[in-house]
Design a protein around this ligand. Structure first.
Ligand SMILES: CC(=O)N[C@H]1[C@@H](OP(=O)(O)OP(=O)(O)OC[C@H]2O[C@@H](n3ccc(=O)[nH]c3=O)[C@H](O)[C@@H]2O)O[C@H](CO)[C@@H](O)[C@@H]1O[C@H](C)C(=O)N[C@@H](C)C(=O)N[C@H](CCC(=O)O)C(=O)O
Ligand SMILES: Nc1ncnc2c1ncn2[C@@H]1O[C@H](COP(=O)(O)OP(=O)(O)OP(=O)(O)O)[C@@H](O)[C@H]1O
Ligand SMILES: N[C@H](CCC[C@H](N)C(=O)O)C(=O)O
Ligand SMILES: [Mg+2]
Length: 494
């Protein structure tokens, strides 16, 4: 695409290169100088670690054809100056890839917990409704049956518009994506034309990044603001009516919203809950009908995720029969209350709870079904919200008979310091600190008695442990299975 055509949609306040823009053929757009090739347009982004403006020379050496910048840069290449390179990147990517989000049906999901789960539930419903779906989220990106690893739950705008284009080319009609608060704050979803947006809930997380809960809520509300205000469009916000922050979300958008929840005020609500150890059923009440749903997902919190998915399906006029069938067929979400069962006489459950609220929710659920003790193995990630650490330890102590506090992803922090943050205030003997996560899992398994439940929390589907920038293979499910089998063999031979 010609550069002058590409930049037409930008809010340019200065360029030193009007005449030079005419003859430049842009092959691709890059925000990372290390990926620049011949005829790349390099966009300088001010990051949290470094300022992309520093890398203009590298981009030039790698063959960039022009630069988009906010601050003055020293280069022989044509420079287009814009007030916000983050916004410009999204506008450029959207145009370069043919505005793919316009003709796709896009559902964006935000909230502290439940985004990935709701994404999977909706994907199941849309597929049952014969739609061709794609998912972008924490576990990976899925286009049809193919999966692609992602570095972030919500990738940057360049990646997004490029892959939305690819999805369209591959016949996808519906995209379900998670929108993290970091992504919303950093403008990663700029330019994505969402049709439906969903709010699950808001509780403490990421207070290392956001100033306080209000600031965190504001970041989430940007997804609702992004619906725009063109009333001719049929857009909708789906909001958890029972959450304290629901008003912040509904007020951020002029479009109508569907409140879901367990209270009478909700528009889509659940009644007659039946929560079993391995299944859940309840009646769904919509303004038009009432029907029963059955799911293999357990825990009251999952009823909220199911209601969120049903509310979106309701907006798309998907029949209750299709919703019921899809929900019955969904076995679970990888790493969310995932059972590791090789026939041992105690339960082992791997879950992604890595916030105080999610840990409390999961442990409450397990307490309702427990026959004997609960043993929790949990740690907290390094380089993340320190203030959630003691709260996660408290939740574990409150709801477990034994807590084994261990490492999660230490990243650049010393695991001992993280564990000190978690346990410094604790007294008593209902917990142990075992820094090595493998050892902690081993100890839990060798300590378990018949009927106990072991919860291994925090890493869920993750298949690595991140230490000082390196990711080593680590899978809670594999490790648990190894030790369960080891113990079973040992007991058979004695
Ligand atoms: C703290 C944070 O959010 N960082 C994100 C951010 O990177 P950054 O601001 O640190 O980038 P930077 O290193 O300062 O670089 C600035 C610019 O210089 C460029 N650069 C840099 C070096 C160079 O040699 N040349 C060059 O051009 C970079 O490409 C970039 O454009 O922008 C990047 C691109 O979008 C993200 O990948 C990166 O996510 C990091 C990896 C991360 O760990 N983020 C976490 C906190 C996160 O975003 N998590 C949420 C989920 C959270 C949840 O809901 O639980 C997520 O969506 O993943
Ligand atoms: N609606 C909910 N309310 C509270 N806790 C939940 C809810 N849904 C799931 N959880 C808990 O939170 C954990 C993470 O769930 P899920 O992956 O669906 O959330 P997420 O919002 O995608 O999280 P992340 O921000 O890390 O991507 C689950 O393993 C479970 O313990
Ligand atoms: N998206 C979350 C994932 C946390 C998962 C947990 N295992 C950790 O490493 O803290 C984050 O980046 O904060
Ligand atoms: Mg997620």
């Amino acid at each position: 695409m010609h550069l002058h055509e590409l930049v037409e949609s930008l809010n340019i306040y200065k360029t030193d290169a009007d005449e030079r823009l005419e003859n430049v053929d842009v092959k691709n757009i890059e925000m990372d100088s290390r990926k620049v090739e011949n005829n790349s347009l390099f966009v300088c982004i001010k990051g949290t670690q470094v300022d992309g403006h520093q890398f203009v020379k590298d981009a030039e050496e790698n063959g960039a054809c022009a630069i988009v910048a906010e601050d003055t840069v020293d280069t022989t290449l044509p420079v287009i100056y814009v007030p916000s390179t983050v916004k410009a990147l999204a506008v450029l990517a959207d145009r370069f890839y043919g505005t793919p989000s316009k003709s796709l049906n896009i559902v964006g999901i935000t909230g502290t917990n439940g985004k990935t789960t709701t994404t999977y539930l909706l994907d199941g419903i849309f597929k049952e409704n014969n739609q061709n779906t794609a998912i972008i989220g924490t576990i990976d990106m899925k286009i049809g049956d193919k999966t692609y690893p992602l570095n972030n739950t919500t990738p940057d705008s360049l990646f997004l518009h490029k892959h939305l284009h690819l999805m369209k080319e591959q016949g996808v009609d519906t995209v379900i994506m998670e929108a993290s608060s970091h992504a919303l704050h950093q403008g990663r979803v700029h330019g994505v034309q969402f049709d439906t947006v969903v709010f699950t809930n808001l509780t403490q997380d990421h207070l290392d990044y956001h100033l306080n809960m209000n600031d965190y809520a504001y970041a989430k509300s940007l997804l609702f603001a992004q619906l725009g205000n063109d009333y001719t469009q049929n857009k909708i916000a789906v909001i958890n009516a029972d959450d304290h922050y629901s008003e912040v979300m509904s007020k951020a958008s002029p479009f109508p919203f569907i409140p879901y929840g367990l209270t009478d005020d909700a528009y889509i609500k659940a009644k007659n809950l039946d929560l079993q150890a391995d299944s859940t059923s309840f009646e769904v009440l919509t303004p038009n009908e009432q029907f029963k749903v059955e799911s293999r997902l357990t825990g009251k919190f999952n009823i909220y995720n199911i209601l969120a998915a049903i509310s979106v399906a309701y907006q798309y006029r998907i029949s209750s029969e299709i919703i019921q069938k899809a929900l019955r067929n969904i076995n679970g979400v990888p790493g969310r209350l995932e059972n590791v069962d090789v026939g041992q006489p105690y339960s082992v459950i791997v879950d992604y709870a890595h916030t105080p609220d999610s840990l409390e929710n999961v442990l409450q659920t397990l307490n309702e079904i427990k026959e004997n003790r609960i043993i929790t193995v949990v740690g907290c990630g390094g380089d993340r919200d320190r203030s959630k650490r003691p709260k996660m330890a408290d939740a574990s102590i409150k709801y477990s008979q034994l807590s084994l506090f261990t490492s999660d992803n230490p990243r650049t922090e010393d695991p001992k310091h993280i564990l000190k943050d978690m346990t410094g205030h604790l007294k008593g003997d209902e917990f142990k600190v075992i820094i090595d996560r493998k050892e902690a899992i081993k100890e839990a398994i060798w300590t378990a008695k018949e009927g106990d439940i072991i919860l291994i929390a925090g890493k869920g589907h993750e298949t690595y442990q991140e230490v000082n920038g390196a990711r080593h293979h680590f899978d809670d499910r594999e490790i648990a299975k190894t030790y369960i089998e080891e113990r079973m063999k040992e007991s058979q031979s004695t």
